[in-house]
Write a protein that binds this ligand. Structure first.
Ligand code: NDP
Length: 250
């Protein structure tokens, strides 16, 4: 176990939804930067264990913690587990999220409610806990999406949950005045993960990949680099902002 790794030695980050996709890349990157990392997941225990084992194999510190972010009690226990293992929490990376595409006319109540429960209420649950418990000097990075700018058909409910996250980002940055805690959001564009790829034909994936002037999909590592900037020393003066990380798609 490493005990010190440059400026971030001793800092602790909770990464929600870190068993797969962008969250796993973020957990690995923050651990490489010196954070002790709590690898949160909802269902994929084996994948989360593999992420944590990989971090520890490279000399980092990691703990897995199951919690459905839509459950406020589970989120409280997630923070309890982080504090018990590592002594406190310095960074919350609010990555857990789900996507469901449907025209508004065809989206049923259950589908709408689930998007709101995970993406909006889940972000609220973790933000409330972080606002109460993060150590001074801490960092919060929320997850929006570039669809908030693109606003294509089919993304109505999903984009609405992410627009709400952007609003809470700016409000919480102001509410935390005096504690030297920054609150920002990352808004990825199309990124090669299960969330983006599932249910899309190779032709559609290829077409969407070419939309950005950089003519490729984002990789989880591209997004992790931006999160590491906001969570690390170089991002100290960025506060209350949403950063679109999307190869220039919008
Ligand atoms: P993935 O579907 O690849 O991974 C989602 C992760 O979130 C998994 O680790 C999953 O854990 C976890 N998760 C899902 N529901 C819950 C829950 N209720 N509680 C806790 N964890 C949960 O998604 P991505 O990596 O692509 O997305 C990460 C974030 O980036 C999301 O907020 C998404 O909206 C956003 N985003 C992604 C884009 C993309 O193109 N990929 C574009 C724009 C934004 P488990 O497997 O255990 O359920």
């Amino acid at each position: 176990m490493s005990t010190d790794n440059g400026e971030l030695g001793g800092k602790v980050a909770i990464v929600t939804g870190a068993s797969r996709g962008i969250g796993a890349a973020v957990a690995e990157r923050l651990a490489a930067d010196g954070f002790a990392v709590v690898v949160n997941y909802s269902g994929s225990a084996g994948a989360a264990e593999a992420v944590a084992a990989g971090i520890e194999g490279r000399g980092g510190r990691a703990l897995t913690a199951q919690a459905d972010v839509s459950d406020a009690g589970a989120v409280r226990r997630l923070f309890d587990a982080a504090e018990a293992a590592f002594g406190g929490v310095d960074a919350l990376i609010n990555n857990a999220g789900i996507m469901a595409l449907s025209p508004i006319a065809e989206l049923d109540d259950a589908g709408f409610d689930r998007l709101v429960a995970v993406n909006l209420k889940g972000s609220f649950n973790t933000l409330r806990e972080a606002a109460r418990r993060l150590r001074d000097g801490g960092r919060i990075v929320n997850f929006s999406s570039s669809v908030v700018g693109m606003l294509q058909p089919g993304y109505g409910a999903y984009a609405a949950t992410k627009a709400a996250v952007e609003a809470m980002t700016s409000v919480l940055a102001k509410e935390l005045r005096g504690r030297s805690i920054t609150v920002n959001a990352i808004a990825p564009g199309p990124t090669a993960t299960d969330l983006f790829l599932n249910g899309k034909s190779p032709e559609l994936v290829e077409r969407l990949a070419k939309l950005a002037p950089l003519e490729r999909l984002g990789k989880p590592l591209d997004i992790a680099s931006a999160v590491a900037f906001l969570a690390g020393p170089d991002g100290a003066w960025v506060n209350g902002q949403t950063l679109r990380v999307n190869g220039g798609i919008i």
